[in-house]
Design a protein around this ligand. Structure first.
Ligand code: MG
Length: 226
């Protein structure tokens, strides 16, 4: 059995750090900060929604004269790197994630992480959480494929390299992740996300109701009751 996991926001609690990096850069650029859930709504499905929102909001302001979204996005990636490199930034495993990885391992499964994060960003986090290196057999990082999620390329690559007729169960926390996974076609997708998540209903539909708020819930309903 293959167990396939996304990384950010699914195994490790980094979505709030991505958000913080964006908001730090918003401040640098003189833009007003937005709430976390609003950010998810604007950035999680298609980053162009965030771009359109900002262009529209600031079209009549001076700030727009120098406002360049590509520059902002590049600076955000840099800021994110600074934050995860900083020992004062807390980076926790998501609830139940460690136990889930251990359970998959104990059951003889092959564990693969497929992520939009770069090899360098992944390294900064795995060095804090040894469990990840102990349990994960293979990593597919952003530098290994051309088009990021929601494009299914990363999952096609995963199945090409490791799929070999094995049954594959996959976990994702975001709408673009679920889109990439379901488009791939050979992975049974499960969503792990909170009810508050703006795309919860869409993920519910796309996974045929296979959605849990946390891995703790997934374990209690799929593993522990058996
Ligand atoms: Mg994610």
């Amino acid at each position: 059995m293959l167990y396939i996991f996304d990384f950010d926001g699914l195994l490790v609690d980094t979505e709030r750090i991505h958000y913080r990096a964006f908001m730090d850069v918003f401040t640098e650029f003189g833009l007003e900060i937005i709430s976390f859930w609003k950010f998810c709504r604007l950035a999680h499905k298609d980053i162009n929604h965030l771009r359109d929102y900002l262009f529209d909001k600031y079209k009549n302001y001076d700030v727009n004269i120098n406002f360049d979204f590509d520059k902002l996005y590049t600076r955000k990636k840099e800021r994110y790197g600074e934050l995860i490199n900083d020992i004062n930034t807390n980076i926790n495993m998501m609830p139940g994630a460690t136990k889930t990885l251990q359970w998959c391992k104990m059951n003889g499964g092959t564990i693969i992480v497929v992520t939009n994060s770069s090899k360098e960003d992944v390294y900064q986090i795995t060095k804090r959480h040894i469990i990840l290196n102990q349990c994960v057999d293979h990593w597919i990082t952003r530098d290994m494929y051309h088009k990021s999620k929601p494009d299914p390329e990363c999952y096609h690559l995963c199945m090409k390299l490791y799929g070999d007729q094995e049954t594959a169960i996959g976990f994702e926390d975001s709408i673009k992740g679920i889109q990439a996974m379901t488009k791939c076609g050979s992975i049974t997708a499960t969503g792990i996300c909170l009810l508050d998540y703006p795309f919860y209903d869409e993920i519910f539909m796309m996974t045929g109701g296979m959605i849990y708020e946390t891995f703790t819930d997934w374990l209690s309903q799929n593993v522990e009751k058996k």
